[in-house]
Design a protein around this ligand. Structure first.
Ligand code: HPA
Length: 246
C-alpha cells in the first residue's frame, strides 16, 4: 500500500475515497494530522497532509520523524511525496513539474534521524541516491501516460525557511548544482531511507526562485497562483494514475 504525503496546496486529494482516519501516536509525538485511509480506483492508499489539514505547520515545525514513523508502523510499501518548489533550472517555470534525483540539504535544527539517544545504535544509512528508482519511474510513466510533461531528474535543495531565500542564496544554490529549492524535502527523505521505505518526490514549481525574475523583482505568489494551481492539478492526476491498476 502506497502512502502519499501532500504538501502546500495539496492538503486533500480529490480522487481519494476516504474510508477512515486514524490518529497515530508515535515515540516522537503526533504526526501532522490523522492518517487518511482510502482508495484510489479501488487501490488502498494512505494520505498524509504534511502541513496539517488546515496548513497550520510551517516547514520547520513539521514533525518529520512522527510522520515517517507512523507510515512505517502502518506498513506502507513506499511514499510518494509532493512538494512545492521554487524553480532554479531555466526549464522549471511556474506550474511545471519535476521528479528530482538528487538532494542538497541546507536545513538545520531539525530532528533528522531515528538513530540517536542512548538506546539507539549508531547507524549511517547509505544515501548516495536519495530517491527510489522504481517509484521515480512510476511517477514518470504515469505522467507520460497522461501526456503531462515532467522534468526528469534535477537536484532538490532543501532550505530551512520559513522565509524565502535571498537572490544571492539562490545564485549560490545554482552554483552548488541545485535545480529547484523547497523547504520540506529534508529530513523527510532521509528518515524514509532510515526506515527502508522507498521514497520519491513530485515537485510542483510555485514560482521562479528569488532573483530569477529579473534584477530587483520580488516573488509575487499572487501572479504565480493560476499556473501553480494548474501544476497541482496535473500532479494530482499523476498521483491518481500512479495508484491505479495498470
Ligand atoms: N523557495 C523555497 N521553498 C519554496 C519556494 C522558494 O522559492 N517556492 C515554493 N517553496
Amino acid at each position: 500500500m502506497l502512502a502519499i504525503i501532500g504538501g502546500s496546496g495539496l492538503s486533500r486529494l480529490p480522487g481519494l475515497d476516504i474510508t477512515h482516519r486514524q490518529v497515530m501516536r508515535t515515540p516522537y509525538g503526533e504526526p501532522s494530522c490523522p492518517l487518511s485511509f482510502g482508495q484510489i480506483a479501488g487501490r488502498q492508499v494512505i494520505f498524509l497532509a504534511r502541513h496539517g489539514y488546515g496548513h497550520s505547520l510551517a516547514p520547520h515545525e513539521i514533525n518529520y520523524r512522527a510522520n515517517i514513523w507512523a507510515l512505517a508502523e502502518i506498513g506502507v510499501s513506499g511514499i510518494l511525496a509532493v512538494g512545492s518548489v521554487g524553480g532554479i533550472h531555466p526549464e522549471l517555470t511556474t506550474g511545471t513539474l519535476a521528479v528530482p534525483d538528487q538532494i542538497l540539504d541546507y536545513t538545520h535544527s531539525r530532528a533528522a534521524t531515528f538513530f540517536e539517544g542512548p538506546d539507539q545504535p549508531v547507524v549511517h544509512v547509505d544515501f548516495s541516491y536519495p530517491y527510489d528508482a522504481t517509484l521515480r519511474c512510476r511517477l514518470l510513466e504515469a505522467a507520460a501516460t497522461l501526456a503531462v510533461p515532467v522534468h526528469d531528474g534535477g537536484c532538490y535543495a532543501a532550505t530551512q525557511g520559513p522565509r524565502l531565500e535571498t537572490a544571492a542564496e539562490i545564485r549560490r544554490l545554482g552554483q552548488d548544482g541545485a535545480d529547484m529549492v523547497g523547504m520540506t524535502g529534508m529530513p523527510e527523505a532521509a528518515l524514509a531511507r532510515e526506515k527502508h521505505l522507498p521514497y520519491a518526490t513530485l515537485a510542483v514549481v510555485a514560482n521562479r526562485a528569488a532573483g530569477l525574475n529579473g534584477a530587483g523583482v520580488e516573488i509575487d505568489f499572487q501572479a504565480n497562483q493560476a499556473a501553480f494551481l494548474q501544476g497541482l492539478d496535473q500532479a494530482r492526476r499523476i498521483l491518481v494514475a500512479c495508484c491505479s491498476p495498470i
